[in-house]
Design a protein around this ligand. Sequence first.
Ligand SMILES: [Zn+2]
Length: 86
Amino acid sequence: MTCCLNPACHNPPSLGDRTVFCSNCGTRLVVLRNRYRPIKSLGGGGFGKTYLAEDIDKLQEHCVIKQFAPQVQRTAALNEAKIKTA
Ligand SMILES: [Zn+2]
């Protein structure tokens, strides 16, 4: 199972190991550092999301990936909010 890491992808599906692109948003699925495979989204807040992952180098031992939302997206969201209130 591999989970989509696109922060904008809502309810990312868990896809088969041979799947290359997310069926929900089309983002290419990645194994971080060729070692950590994201399995499923654990949710997140305003600053990022967390994912349950498996460590391929440690016999699929589970770990957690913390992803921080890119600064650029937050700035864009901030500008959007300013425009809406103007
Ligand atoms: Zn996705």
